[in-house]
Design a protein around this ligand. Structure first.
Ligand SMILES: [Zn+2]
Length: 74
């Protein structure tokens, strides 16, 4: 099974965690007068500038800051 680090090239630059990341994305929803419901099989896309947070340590930044190549860089 692939890891988030391998699949998306993302990991937390602060603690190195890669399986507790959250990204703010745009998605499609069906509208009705009472509720919005996410469509079946939604596409979740993000860009480097989207908000990203690590639930392991609380670090918040943009997706580009979570590029795992940056981990350990000074
Ligand atoms: Zn972290």
């Amino acid at each position: 099974m692939s890891t988030v680090r391998e699949l998306y090239r993302l990991a937390c630059p602060e603690c190195g965690e890669d399986d507790r990341l959250q990204i703010l994305v745009e998605t499609m929803v069906d509208l009705s007068p009472d509720v919005t419901t996410e469509v079946d099989n939604p596409i979740h896309e993000w860009r480097e500038g989207n908000y990203c947070a690590c639930q392991a340590c609380g670090h918040e930044a943009t997706v580009s800051d979570f590029d795992f190549i940056e981990v350990g860089a000074s």
